[in-house]
Design a protein around this ligand. Sequence first.
Ligand code: SF4
Length: 298
Amino acid sequence: MSKVKIIVQFSGGKDSQACLIKACETYGADKVTAIFCDTGWEHELTYKHIHNIVNLLGVKLVILKNNKVDGMAGLCRRMNWFPDAKNRMCTVQLKVYPMIDWILAQDEHMIILQGIRAKESAERVKFDVECSYFKDYFDTSVKKRLYRKQDVRKWCNMHDASVLRPIFSWSAQQVIDYILSHGQRPNPLYERGASRVGCFPCIFARLNEIKIVARDEKYKQRVIDLENTINSKRDNGNEATFFCKGKIPARFCNQNSNGSPTFGEVSEYVLKDENQPTLWDETEPIMSCVSLYHGLCE
Ligand code: SF4
């Protein structure tokens, strides 16, 4: 066992796309495998884009799902609630666990490329350009519960999984220029105004991003239906909503028992004056899946 697998975590966003192109240039497309963790909650354009790009580049695509839950909607139904900043079960269950399960099933060393950029956030600037994928499993200061700890340690006795972040110092513009210079286009959702690509919507979507969902009846109704399904099974009077309390000013909410807005209310708020900038949005922190295993969500 001496082969090395070249893996790129491909979310369908621009950074992972640039990373995938770079991997093909560095190692050769025939050596590269793109990994997409499917939450079942992405926009159809993202699914199409992922297939287009891997076909264009001629790389293998592995689609990972958590077979124990039926995607994002199934997970929320099972929780009978929605994930939030304190409980990011969506990333953990739909992306982290399937990725670890898949790695542990491979009898090869791995180089895992991630399209993470320092300029994305104050959190990401602290990341290493290179590290071990399972470094936390060997760090005694890490106190959180680690998934399949014994299995990971056993796998690491025989294998290496290194993480490289080849576009770490790039700006967003460099990423776009790089994609265009290779005759490709980024995910069409950016042209519709999305600043990030991933779940549609993501639990961390900013108001300007929610606007794109709110304008699209099919995806808007998908969230409303999920809220309704979950609430039809709840009997403690505490209404479950996709976004948390404080997402929009309280005066625009019909104050359910926990004070959080329904997706319908958030949609109405973001679309209420299409021509005005959404000032409230500017105060919102940019949040994303900042977890142990970076790069699974854009
Ligand atoms: S993109 Fe957002 S909603 Fe989807 S798994 Fe990541 S944090 Fe959760």
